[in-house]
Design a protein around this ligand. Sequence first.
Ligand code: UDP
Ligand code: MG
Length: 323
Amino acid sequence: MNKSVLTIIVPCYNEEEVLPETVKELGNILTNLIEKDKIDSKSKLLFVNDGSNDQTWNLISDYTKRYNYITGIKFSRNYGHQNALLAGMNLAVNFSDMMITIDADLQDDVNAIPKMVEKYYEGYDVVYGVRNSRKTDTFFKRRTALAFYGLMKKLGVNLVPDSADYRLLSKRATEGLLAFKERNLFLRGMVPLVGYRATKVYYARKERFAGKSKYPLSKMLHFALDGITSFSIAPIHLILYLGLITVAISAICMIYVIIEKCLGHVVSGWSSLMISIWLLGGIQLISISVIGEYIGKIFSEVKHRPRYTIEIETYTNKMNKQS
Ligand code: UDP
Ligand code: MG
């Protein structure tokens, strides 16, 4: 059997507390797979430091010197989780046959990695890590996540429920994904659009090993909004329907007003006037803001700004030396 090169991509933002444990666990998995001849000995761990302001990069840089199978990317500043994943794939795709992305906090069970690799050899190009329990998430996070998947489905966006950014992609699937040139990244919505044979591997999602979540509510909402407006124009249609309904109601009102006028009841209601002003004003503001959201998106897309800037990178060098 021809062995394939695997690169495990790990985005890190202020993860100094977990990193030693993450390196240990992922390192074990990787070296085990190499020893068992499941993957090529050029396989690597690739840590992407997303502009951390703690010791994360110093640690990574240290590890890259100590272990041959550890490599790193250092961003010039914080560019966000999705861009960190993208940067890792952009580099790794040049040297690897398959790529696995996994969070640094060990919430995703690393033991699913060998199973993913197994699926890859069975001929799958995309293997989603799907959590079969959300017991460790807070009630609030569980509910909001559920509502989000429901909403996205209604809006016609195909997401694999309970899968985040823990997945394996083959080289050609990664190339397909990298061909998407949008700036507003929502990778978990984009992967199903790439196609190819896909399957799932189930695992139990654990508590964060150490440190705090880097996704506070504000970031989560922003991410959800990005997901919706990058993938669906349903909200704009909604505004159209809202407008049509409002026009229909006002037509009925007009008939009513004319009849009242003809009957001589001219003391028209102040309250109804106030209500309509507020209601219509509110609807208009919402509608404009939805349209504005899309224009903003177009604005950020047409600027074609770089999605990240790499300050230091040790992956290419190590791979070149070995090949
Ligand atoms: N992360 C990142 N850049 C950011 C925020 C997060 O690279 O701006 C990384 C973080 O280090 C972790 C992963 O993305 O490896 C997921 O973040 P986190 O575990 O905080 O999110 P949660 O699991 O709470 O949704
Ligand atoms: Mg986490």
